[in-house]
Design a protein around this ligand. Structure first.
Ligand SMILES: [Zn+2]
Length: 96
């Protein structure tokens, strides 16, 4: 007959039932598999017990505020007069 007994890693009390845990540290992926009795697993069990509210799905903000366009985007060409060399020469000739 083979009897396996899981005892708490901390107190190693054979009279206390121990649970096996698997913990992974996300930063470096290090894992730990402690066996802990109820007493020493209390901090971990507290995590399971906490009724963590699920994050509410964020409503897509349907704000109709228009994206303010930079006013410099539309360059006014109205004031720009494009003169060719021929125009300039002709104006010179008219002035003369
Ligand atoms: Zn213990």
């Amino acid at each position: 007959m083979k009897l396996t007994l899981t005892v708490c890693d901390v107190c190693q009390d054979q009279d206390k039932p121990a649970n096996s845990y698997e913990i992974r540290r996300l930063d470096d992926g290090a894992t730990a598999n402690p066996d802990l009795c109820d007493e020493h697993a209390a901090p971990l069990e507290a995590l399971f017990a906490t009724d963590v509210p699920k994050p509410k799905p964020q409503k897509a903000t349907t704000s109709k505020t228009k994206a303010t366009r930079p006013k410099t985007a539309a360059v006014r060409r109205r004031d720009i007069q494009v003169k060719t060399m021929e125009d300039i020469e002709r104006e010179k000739a008219e002035r003369a």
